[in-house]
Design a protein around this ligand. Sequence first.
Ligand code: EPU
Length: 417
Amino acid sequence: MDKIFVYGGKKLQGAVKISGSKNAALPILMASLLIDEPCYVENVPSLADIDTTIGLLTYLGKKIEKNDHRVYIHRDGHLKHTAPYELVRKMRASNLVMGPLLARLGKVDVSLPGGCAIGARPIDIHLKAFEKLGAKIKLEAGYVKLNANELIGNRIHFRFPSVGATENVLLASVLAKGKTTIENAAREPEITDLAGFLNKMGAKITGAGTPKIVIEGVKKLHGAKYRVIPDRIEAATYLITSAITKGDVKLLGVEPNHLKAIISKLKKSGMIIKTGKDSIESKWVRTLKPVSITTAVYPGFPTDVQAQWMALMSTVRGKSEIEETIFENRFLHVAELQRLGADLKIKGNSVHVAGVKKLSGAPMMVSDLRAGAALVLGALAAKGKSVISRIYHLDRGYEHLEKKLKGLGADMRRIHS
Ligand code: EPU
């Protein structure tokens, strides 16, 4: 398994190009299951999760070519309706085949994803919504099996604005008969991007990006060309890199409007942030102040940046509090950051942080993607050498991480072992 060696203490400076959004590209690629016409998707990041998605779609019967950041999806022949355990266990977002396969084939069997490092992550909201659209559900031998002769539009109210459930309902209801309304829908930019792609395919979706989405079902969709939005979580991670290394980093190819919550907290802490049309410059000019955060659904502070913020606050003298409200167990990075000398105490769903004068390099182990980003940030700020293992988690969501950080002046290298 590969490891990353980081020699910390360098100030990172320069420009970095932000990749396409992983969490927008995944459902967009899954949407190709709705049609047997070609689709062309640009700005798709080169990541392990994208390879897993292409592997799953290929297994189901799609013919796909990926060339750099472009994905070309050919006409398909016969589609399978089962997403097996071996593929689903690699990536929870595999459950996004449920919506399109149910709509196109009238049946789909998906292995239950099970819990993961950051929480139990059930799919009850997805299933309840499919039932509302007329699907019959059976749980058998670790698989959830959905059947529907036809899907019929309905009013669906989510008990929580789940990102995945909103995407799955969009992917199913575009081909349902009549009108579907999702109330308390997720508002994340990735939802708006999926709706944008579906509308380009001929769907009739309005209200994406608001809590109420209305979908007028259509009989058939057609092929489309689309460009995925920039990755706001990757962008946030590089903004925090500039803060934690007392550096000056310019992000290129980014959507500043998607990063308002992060920018506002960084400014509050003392960073100088300038936004352009598709760029953000973040500069350290003075000692930062501690700033507490509470994670929330969009447009609140993203749970996917909680770990990175904790790494930053661990280095900012004074006290702050990090509250996690989206996932029940997303603090696995705490014990690893403590190995660098961070002063962190878990109290229920919060972590009390007392910023320390300096972190010192140490061996650490990654538990999940964003925890991994936090450990890299901590290592960049720490004095001396850190060795980070289980970095395959990072390869799931950060394109060319070492190359980009080295381009900013980081002293790090990957060891293949
Ligand atoms: N939940 C339920 N029941 C459901 C669905 C969700 O209880 O049927 C709960 C989950 O257990 C969790 C909360 O609702 O506690 C939020 O889950 P949500 O469905 O919104 O998240 P997701 O679709 O599984 C996506 C991202 C995550 C990101 C979350 C929250 C993708 C592929 N994944 O997951 O990204 O943390 O939304 O914003 O889009 C990451 O990129 O590192 C990552 C984990």
